[in-house]
Structure formats: C-alpha cells, structure tokens
Ligand binder design. Structure first.
Ligand code: ZN
Length: 393
C-alpha cells in the first residue's frame, strides 16, 4: 500500500474521527525548492512545521530546561525514549499518571524512539538477538530484558506519544556485509509485526530503514519499509561513525527513494553543516543530543563555529555568545559572565548554554524553512556554510 514515489498526495489520519486528531492530511508538503521542502505534520498535540529540529528529552526532560523555555525557543516536537522511560520510572506508571505529555508537563507533540538504537549501541549488554527480538541486560539494574516489536509498540502506547517508532536492529558502522544484510532483514520482519500491533489513539507510526551506506541493502530496506505503508519513514543507522562524506552521499540518494508524501526523518544529526545537507536532500525531521550535550561541556554553537567558554580569551569579553541572537542567554549576559559560571561549575552557566545552543539550531532550521518558501535555499545554505568555513580558516 505504499504511495508511489515522487507523486505528491495527502494521506489521512488512521484514527480520524475519534476527535483526538485534527481533521485534514497528516502531512502536507507546502513548498519545494530543489529537493528541499517545507511542510506541515499534524499530530494529536498540534502541528509541526517542517523542516524541524526535535530537541531530545531522553528521560522525560530536555536536560536543564523547563518545558516553557523549550517551547519559547521555538521547539515544536520533542523526543522521548522508550528504553529509558520503560525502566525508569516505567511506562505503566506513566500511563497510570495520564501519559508522557501530562507527566512531563509538555503539551506539544512528542515523538518516542523505539529503544532499538539504545539497545544496539550498548553492544556489550546484548545477550542474544534472534528473529523474535533482542535480549540484553538493562543499564539500570542489569536484569535480563527482552525487547520485541510488540513490546516496543505497547510501551509507546503507554507513553501516549504522537509519533511511535518501530523497533529496528542498528548494526555498527564497521559491521560485515552479511551482518548488515541480516539487520536489514530483521528490521523489516520486526516492522511488519509492529505494524500489526495496537497503537495509541491518534498515534502515528514511523518505520525505520537500515542498510548503512551499502547502496543495495539501503535500497532494499527502503523498498521493504515503504511497502508497509507507515505514516512516516526514517533513515536510521547513519551518523554512527561512518565517513561523513559517504553519509551525506547516502542520505542524498536514499532520501529521494523514500515516499515523497510522508515525512522523512533523519535520526541523529544536529550540527549546522549536517542539518543543511539533510534538508537539501529532502529530509523533514531530525534530532540530536549535540546542542544540549555541547552546552554541558561548556561550549556554545554559533554561526561561526563553536566557542569554548572555558577559555581565558573570554575573561573580559563583554559581547553576548552570539551577536543578534534573541535567546535568554544572549539577551542579558556576556561571554565573560558565562565563562565565569562555566569555570565555577555553576548550573546557570550550563543552562544558559543549553538555551542558546537549542535556539541556534532551531533558528538555523527555521531560516532554512523560510529560505525554502522563498525559493532561496541554495544561497541560504551557501551563506551559512561560508560563514562557518571563513571562521574556521
Ligand atoms: Zn543566544
């Protein structure tokens, strides 16, 4: 039931009529500029104007920040994590308390990852992978735990996220081709089972494609996942340590093979160059811990590159982190003050950097969206990259 590739169309909510989801198409492309596109994704908790960067709230919080601050930075949809929330505090407890939105005080859209990435990136904890599922020792108490596609669906149903992801097998970047092929086969098998599992009211479900940078296997995975007719499709298993040029090249042709009438999600990219590259390829959604993680190491993301605020060079610097930035850090505080806070391990320093870094990435993405609507994405991308390279040289 997959939609023909390249043919624009609108498709409707699976649960339309329950009153939980807005009427109209789930996803609509509103402007195109080359292969880059601007669109609207409609969820049970509101609209997401794409391309959109999704801040990561792994354990039910975007680290350091109040949900109102996250919203004020322009974030539309945030991520929650199936793996972590299943173990602490438990998805059944969250369901009992009214679901993840209510639990964490975020009324906007939430996408939950399936746990596949977490299970497979903690390779040492895996005891057994077979066609039925994966057994691993969880990082919280070391108990043997089994994840299956049915359980991934049930956890995400308990969490009540707006978009649930399929459980996938994520192989390492340097895996043998035979193992990569096995991961592709199993990811399809699991996706087909999860497609049959019950989902929450108004909950959308996205498939994940694997295949690394192997042209034949990535293509096969895309065909098989698209065939299952999910509400959206993700490129998984990239940005995990492979060569960066090959990653962009793969994204470039692989994105074009994903159904054009559904949202396309690149899992795990959040640096300025990476965002501009995937948006150019036609990606609509992406997420990354980079902005908040970088903040917690004491660095700021700016149009000219990273600033390490611990450096002595900023001791008397009265400028904001970035001229012209409208975030709560830049509106009031100097680099000198933030350097002082960071060097004294004051939490406010890390909070201010988190606010600024998220605002930077969200602002960059909003700028890309405006440029697509004006038909000037190519020059927007060129100008942003020139500023980055000029500063680095
Ligand atoms: Zn700022």
């Amino acid at each position: 039931m997959s939609a023909p590739v390249g043919e624009p169309s609108r498709f409707r909510h699976p649960s339309q009529g329950t009153g939980l989801v807005p009427p109209g198409p789930v996803f609509e492309v509103t402007s195109e500029d080359g292969r880059a596109r601007a669109g609207v994704l409609r969820t049970a908790h509101g609209e997401v104007r794409t391309p959109a960067f999704m801040p990561v709230g792994t354990k039910g919080t975007v680290k350091m920040l109040h949900p109102d601050e996250v919203r004020a930075l322009g974030a539309q949809m945030i991520l929650g994590n199936t793996y972590h929330l299943h173990f602490r505090p438990g998805d059944e407890l969250i369901a009992e308390l009214g679901g993840l939105h209510r639990f964490m005080g975020w009324s906007g859209p939430i996408l939950t990852d399936s746990g596949g990435f977490q299970v497979f990136s903690l390779r040492d904890t895996i005891a057994r992978v077979d066609d039925d599922g994966v057994t691993f020792r969880n990082v919280y108490d070391g108990a043997a735990t089994r994840f299956t596609p049915e359980l991934a669906a049930a956890i995400q149903r308990n969490l009540g996220s707006d978009v649930a992801m399929c459980l996938d097998q994520v192989p390492a970047a340097d895996v043998t081709r035979r193992r990569l092929e096995e991961a592709v086969r199993r990811t399809t098998l699991w996706a087909a089972r999860q497609a049959q599992a019950p989902r929450g009211d108004g909950q959308l479900r996205f498939g994940i494609t694997q295949g690394g940078v192997d042209p034949e296997l990535r293509r096969r995975s895309i065909e098989e996942i698209a065939e299952l007719g999910f509400d959206g499709n993700a490129i998984g298993g990239l940005a995990i340590g492979e060569d960066r040029d090959t990653m962009f090249e793969t994204t470039d042709w692989a994105t074009a093979l994903l159904p054009a009438d559904r949202p396309r999600y690149f899992m795990g990219i959040g640096d300025a160059e990476g965002i501009l590259e995937v948006v150019e390829a036609g990606i609509d959604l992406f997420d990354c811990v980079l902005p908040t993680r970088t903040a917690r190491t004491g660095s700021a993301l700016t149009a000219e590159g990273r600033l390490n605020l611990r450096a002595a060079a900023y001791a008397r610097d009265e400028r904001p982190l970035e001229e012209g930035c409208d975030c709560p850090a830049c509106e009031r505080f100097t680099r000198a003050y933030i350097r002082h806070l960071v060097n004294q391990n004051e939490l406010l320093g890390l909070r201010l950097l988190s606010l600024h870094n998220l605002r930077f990435v969200i602002g960059l993405t909003a700028g890309a969206r405006d440029a697509i609507e004006r038909g000037s994405f190519a020059s927007y991308k060129r100008e942003r990259l020139e500023r980055l390279t000029w500063a680095a040289s």
